[in-house]
Design a protein. Structure first.
Length: 199
């Protein structure tokens, strides 16, 4: 004789019904459906602030790419050889990008006289939202749009294709000397820049 199945209680059904939308909501908060990076990994990853410094003897090849800023100025990374360059990957609606923006601008101003340049790489925005972000946070260093992921391709192996924000410090030879995945801690970034400037 077959054992009768237990009939779920009304309370149990309500629990399941309430949990389903929550699961969908949580999944949506952690997912970026953009396929712009063609990497097969479409999940949004903010990064966790992990920082790495690379000894000079262990650095790879110089980073090379070209682009055009939102102000239509040409950029060729080869032109920055001989100076320390900070690259920051960002986009306007990224919460940790908004959080770190004032610190990045302050550090940019502090180190300008030491020959340290900053360049933003915007992976998502058109000129309108990007310029609104720069105006809101007082950003004076340039950014290049990279919605087609050409620059991110040039940074493969250094920046995860969907880790935003990320910050790289390039040495005078254009090699990655340090990187931060996630929002930059100002004191950590300053220490990284100081170390490369002193080389």
């Amino acid at each position: 004789m077959r054992t009768p199945r237990p009939v779920p209680s009304r309370r149990g059904l309500l629990r399941v019904a309430a949990a389903a939308p929550l699961a969908v909501l949580l999944a949506a908060c952690g997912t970026d459906t953009s396929d712009r990076y063609a990497s097969g990994d479409s999940g949004y990853v903010s990064g966790d602030g992990v920082s790495v410094e690379i000894p000079a003897a262990e650095r790879g090849e110089a980073i090379a790419f070209t682009g055009t800023t939102f102000d239509q100025e040409p950029v060729d990374l080869a032109d920055t050889r001989g100076e320390v360059l900070v690259l920051n990957v960002w986009y306007a609606s990224c919460p940790p990008c908004r959080k770190e923006a004032p610190d990045l601008q302050a550090i940019h101003e502090e180190y300008a006289e030491q020959g340290v340049s900053f360049l933003g790489i915007n992976v998502r925005d058109a000129a309108g939202p990007a310029k609104a972000f720069e105006e809101k946070y007082g950003i004076t260093y340039p950014s290049v749009p990279d919605t087609g992921a050409e620059i991110m391709y040039a940074l493969r192996g250094q920046v995860a294709p969907n880790a935003v924000p990320s910050t790289l410090v390039l040495d005078r030879e254009g090699r990655v000397a340090a990187r931060i995945s996630g929002a930059a801690d100002p004191s950590v970034l300053r220490a990284m820049i100081d170390a490369v400037v002193a080389e």
